[in-house]
Ligand binder design. Structure first.
Ligand code: FMN
Length: 180
């Protein structure tokens, strides 16, 4: 065994699925941000939580409008996902900047990302305010998956190739390390 520096410990809870979280502000302007500190916390009713910093537009938009959509990122859009992670001023639609498409959700105002094969439409449920990060939990109102993304009732990983995160620009596709 080797000891891992504590600041790097989270990097070993990996690989983690990457999602794009879409939100809108009060004026309805779209925002999209990649996140990988994401986890289900309850199944009935379904609750999913993620951790984000207080200065993210995602946090501010959810405080304003109390809705978000979690979109699963397939490996083929990793370059576009990376663009969405750059720091743009509030109000800029990262999906547009990255060349990704979007379409209306069924039950919430933030849109779904067209290129993402699975999405979870969520309503703010609760949050835990840590010193630097805030954990935001949402109740899943509805989940849609592309037909080919479902195999025997589970995620069709061969078809979707979900992009997994190690840390920074280091990803996993299948069982291989990958860059952008
Ligand atoms: C693959 C990937 C995963 C990320 N995961 C998180 C995360 O879980 N929480 C977080 O606060 N930021 C995370 N980030 C950084 C945010 O995406 C980045 O700060 C972004 O600019 C925030 O966007 P926003 O201000 O539009 O909300 C991640 C970035 C990448 C590229």
């Amino acid at each position: 065994m080797v000891k891992i520096p504590l600041a790097n410990a989270y990097k070993f809870l990996a690989p983690r699925p990457i999602v794009l979280i879409t939100t809108v502000d009060k004026q309805g302007r779209i925002n999209a941000a990649p996140m990988s500190w994401v986890t289900p916390v309850e199944s009935e009713p379904p609750i999913i939580a993620f951790s984000t910093s207080y200065d993210s537009d995602t946090y501010h938009n959810i405080m304003e409008t109390r809705e978000f959509v979690i979109n699963l990122v397939p490996a083929e859009i990793r370059k576009q996902m990376w663009i969405c992670g750059k720091s743009f001023p509030r109000g800029v639609n990262e999906l547009e900047r990255a060349g990704l498409g979007w379409e209306p959700s069924e039950q919430v105002k933030p849109p779904r990302v067209r290129e993402c094969p699975v999405n979870f439409e969520c309503k703010f449920e609760w949050m835990y305010e840590g010193p630097e990060y805030v954990v935001i939990a949402g109740r899943v109102l509805v989940t849609h998956a592309r037909k080919d993304a479902v195999k025997q009732g589970l995620l069709n990983v061969e078809a979707v190739k979900p992009l997994l995160h190690l840390s920074g620009r280091n990803f996993v596709i299948g069982d291989h390390r990958a860059g952008l």
